[in-house]
Each structure stands twice: as structure tokens, then as C-alpha cells.
Design a protein around this ligand. Structure first.
Ligand SMILES: Cc1cc2nc3c(=O)[nH]c(=O)nc-3n(C[C@H](O)[C@H](O)[C@H](O)COP(=O)(O)OP(=O)(O)OC[C@H]3O[C@@H](n4cnc5c(N)ncnc54)[C@H](O)[C@@H]3O)c2cc1C
Length: 353
């Protein structure tokens, strides 16, 4: 999972960015966009280097299982009680958030956070509706070994079915997210390990040399979702209950961690000022702040994704023009990098370092 600078500072703040986790992860130093659409309006290759912004890499690619385990251990260490159960219902009742678990237990608090994924039971219980849409794409996620070192470069090949993105891992390995047409998934899954490695090598035009040791691909259907409110009925939405985006530009979990950090700030501030942490005022401020970060980002990701799949030539021309400007106008490139990394306005406290 590629996490950018602000998210990395949050990991440092909560004490999980240890040498052990670092040794399982790889820094992201350059992001390279390669037009591989075959369109007559070919766009130039664009390189974003972290050196244009400073010494720190853009972020790190961290194995998700290791990250989740480290976060869980840190939560337990800081005194969080873990309950192994599913939420079966949510409601706001008598000035409290009320969460019912499938064990039959009901928990109450002045405010609750829904982080129960895209099919959130808690969001539905708060009466929050969603806008949802599907893409004619499935993501294939896997990792592989390669003979040519990646040198900290993540490469996003723009193909007619969507991006094919390699992200560095330690020891000459990279992770890959490949967006394909749903009808092509079975054919790819049926390839033998050697044929799959050869296919990846071909798709990358040999950029990473000889490809070997490809892990079994995971298949994820692509969809988008935006909650019509990011907070209501004493509930703050964090992560996929609020927003789902295709895996382009490593935005999903980075936005989710910002949700969590802003929610923590809002609740802590209310408690410190002896105010109700589930008040309508606090929920409205959270909704406005998170919407301002998430909605424009979803629009950019959606436009880029659809422009690749579209056969409408003016869209190809517009994308090529945009990439040409990014490659040749350094201030524009710098601005795009800063906007890719940071939300508008001040960062939440845990991400300031
Ligand atoms: C292929 C791929 C690659 C990606 N790469 C990146 C990347 O490099 N960088 C990045 O920033 N983002 C990336 N993303 C996006 C990122 O994975 C998501 O944004 C992120 O996982 C969202 O986390 P979440 O906790 O909201 O949802 P989830 O990961 O779906 O977690 C939801 C959790 O809620 C639990 N749950 C569900 N229902 C209940 C219930 N009723 N009661 C209790 N618990 C419940 C589930 O068991 C689960 O543990 C990628 C996505 C994909 C598909």
C-alpha cells in the first residue's frame, strides 16, 4: 500500500513506523507516467521526482498485512479495548450514538466513527445515502520479482483498459495493480506462472527486465462511491463508508487516514472545550472539510480513468496536452505533486510531524 508523506508522519506520530516495518517497505522516489494507449495523440512520459520538493521521498510502499498488524498492536498498547464482533445496527438515540453488535451487546457514546467499509451498516443506520457507480474494469493486484532494479521508481503505464501501475518493494520486487476489462480476467488467471510473468514483461515493454515469481493475482471489481453526507446522526464516516475510488495515484487509503486524523482532531477539540463531540456543528464542519478534499480528488481520478477507456479523440488530445504541460512546465509539475500529496488547507495535527 503506497502511503504518502502526510500519512507517513501519522504513522510516526502513533509510533508504528519502526525499523522492522521500514525494512519490509520501500521508498517511493519517482513517479513516472507512461502513455501506452497507442492513441494518435501520444502524450510524453512525465517524471515526478521527490527531489523537486525536498529530501523526503514521496512516501513508502508498505505491505498491508504488516501495516494493519502494527496499527492494531499500537491501538491495544495505547489502551483501546478490542471487541471481536460485527456491527448489526446503528442509530442515534436520546443524545447518544448507539451501536448494536451481532453478539447482542449495545454500546453507547456521544459520537461514533463508521469505518466498516463500502457496504457500511453504520452509514445506513445513520440514514446516509450514497452515489454509486461501476467501471467496466477489474483490478488485478499481485507482486513479482524483476532483474532490473526499480531504483525507487513507480511506473504508471496508461493503457486503453486503465492504468497498469508498478510500485517498488524491497529486494528487487514490485507490487502491481493492473486494470483490465472484466471479460479478460479469466484468460489472465488461467495463464501458467511462466506465461503470466512473460505477459507482464511484455506489458511493461521490458522496463524492469526479466519478470519471475509472480504472486497469485487478487481480483477486485472497480466501483466508485461518494456518501451524500460524510457525517450525520452522531456518526463520522472514515474511509470507504465515505468514498471509494479506483486505485489510481495511491489516493484511497491516504484519504482514509486523513479522515481518521481529522475526526480525531474534531473530537479531541470538542472534549477539551467541554462541548458535545457529536453535535450537529461538529458533524457539519467535518463534512465540509472532508468533502473539500475528497470530492475534487475523486473527480480527477474519474476523469483520468475514463479518458483512458474512452474512444473520444478530443479527450485523448486533452490528456496528451495536460501531460505535455506537466513535463515541460516545472512550476505546474510541482503544484501537481503538492496537490497529490496534501489536502487543501492545514493538515490534521497527527500529520504535521
Ligand atoms: C488493488 C488496490 C490497490 C490499492 N492501493 C492503494 C495504495 O497504494 N494507496 C492507497 O492510499 N490506497 C490504495 N487502495 C485503496 C485502499 O485499499 C482503500 O482505500 C482502503 O482499503 C480503504 O480502507 P477501509 O478501511 O475504508 O475499507 P476496508 O479495507 O474494506 O475495511 C473495512 C473493514 O470493515 C470491516 N467490516 C465490514 N462490515 C463490518 C461490520 N458490519 N461490523 C464490523 N466491521 C465490519 C471489514 O471486515 C474490514 O475489516 C487500493 C485499493 C485497491 C483495490
Amino acid at each position: 500500500m503506497a502511503l504518502m508523506q502526510p500519512s507517513m508522519r501519522l504513522l510516526e506520530t502513533v509510533g508504528v513506523w519502526t525499523d522492522e516495518l521500514k525494512s519490509a517497505s520501500a521508498p517511493l522516489e519517482t513517479l513516472r507516467l507512461v502513455d501506452d494507449t497507442g492513441s494518435v495523440f501520444a502524450a510524453p512520459t512525465v517524471n515526478f521526482s521527490h527531489r523537486e520538493l525536498g529530501e523526503e521521498p514521496f512516501g513508502w510502499n508498505i505491505p498491508l498485512d504488516r501495516l494493519t498488524a502494527a496499527l492494531q498492536a499500537a491501538a491495544v498498547k495505547s489502551g483501546v479495548s478490542m471487541v471481536d464482533a460485527k456491527v448489526s445496527a446503528y442509530r442515534s438515540h436520546s443524545g447518544n450514538a448507539q451501536v448494536t453488535l451481532d453478539t447482542g451487546i449495545t454500546l453507547t457514546a456521544p459520537v461514533a466513527i463508521a469505518a466498516d467499509g463500502r457496504h457500511s451498516v453504520m452509514r445506513a443506520g445513520a440514514g446516509i445515502t450514497t452515489a454509486e457507480w461501476r467501471y467496466e474494469q477489474s483490478a488485478l493486484a499481485m507482486s513479482f520479482a524483476h532483474s532490473t532494479p526499480h531504483r525507487g521508481v513507480s511506473i504508471e503505464f496508461h493503457k486503453p483498459t486503465g492504468p497498469f501501475t508498478t510500485v517498488p518493494l524491497p529486494d528487487n520486487r514490485s507490487s502491481l495493480v493492473w486494470l483490465v476489462k472484466p471479460q479478460d480476467v479469466d484468460g489472465i488467471l488461467e495463464l501458467s506462472p511462466d506465461d503470466l510473468a512473460a505477459r507482464l514483461q511484455l506489458e511493461m515493454h521490458g522496463e524492469l527486465g526479466l519478470i519471475t515469481d509472480v504472486s497469485t493475482p487478487a481480483v477486485i471489481p472497480m466501483q466508485g462511491l461518494t456518501a451524500r453526507k460524510f457525517a450525520a446522526s452522531r456518526l463520522l464516516l472514515v474511509g470507504e463508508p465515505a468514498h471509494v475510488v479506483p486505485p489510481i495515484g495511491a489516493q484511497g487509503l491516504n484519504m482514509s487516514l486523513r479522515d481518521a486524523a481529522f475526526a480525531a482532531d474534531a473530537i479531541n477539540d470538542a472534549i477539551r472545550m467541554d462541548e458535545d463531540p457529536g453535535s450537529d456543528k461538529l458533524l457539519a464542519a467535518y463534512d465540509e472539510r472532508r468533502r473539500g478534499d475528497v470530492v475534487p480528488r475523486q473527480a480527477v481520478i474519474d476523469t483520468l480513468n475514463r479518458s483512458l477507456m474512452s474512444e473520444f479523440f478530443p479527450l485523448h488530445a486533452a490528456r496528451a496536452a495536460g501531460m505535455t504541460l506537466l513535463q515541460h512546465v516545472p512550476p505546474l509539475r510541482k503544484r501537481a505533486m503538492l496537490e497529490g500529496l496534501n489536502p487543501p488547507g492545514p493538515l490534521p495535527r497527527a500529520m504535521r510531524g
